[in-house]
Write a protein that binds this ligand. Structure first.
Ligand SMILES: [Zn+2]
Ligand SMILES: [Zn+2]
Length: 137
């Protein structure tokens, strides 16, 4: 067997580059987007393969730089990093505004329950659905 060439194809972007492109696209949009919309956003920047985008999103989620909104099947840039899998969201059904906030007490209560039930938490997604203050007022 000849040795594998270790030269990378020149057009290929590194995982770190892909993550940067994806997170910047998410921040730029400033609202939750579907993976499909995100792929459209980054198409011009050399990231086109859906599996690449999904893998980058998963890394960003694992690193706490992005979140998946389960009820919208969408992704959003984290507005306060360093809290992977512990975000709380309020989603307005009228205007679509998504507000991310911290609720240490709610998270603590759920973790306490999980511990007592010996349930190993892989991820936690808390989403409030309703109307934001602007839409109510
Ligand atoms: Zn966050
Ligand atoms: Zn609203």
């Amino acid at each position: 067997m000849p040795p594998l060439p270790n030269r990378k194809p020149t057009k290929r972007r590194s995982a770190a580059d892909q993550d940067k492109i994806i997170v910047e696209a998410l921040r730029g949009v400033g609202r939750p987007v579907s993976a499909y919309e995100l792929i459209e956003q980054v198409r011009g920047q050399g990231v086109t393969a859906p599996p690449t985008v999904y893998r980058a999103l998963q890394r960003l989620i694992d690193d706490g730089l992005a979140h998946r909104l389960e009820s919208l099947n969408a992704f959003v840039a984290c507005s306060h990093p360093h809290h992977a899998n512990k975000a709380v969201f309020a989603i307005c059904d009228a205007c679509g505004t998504v507000t991310e906030f911290d609720s240490a007490s709610a998270i603590k209560a759920l973790q306490t329950w999980a511990k007592s039930a010996e349930f190993q938490v892989r991820s936690m997604s808390l989403e409030l659905r309703g109307r934001c203050g602007r839409c109510v007022g």
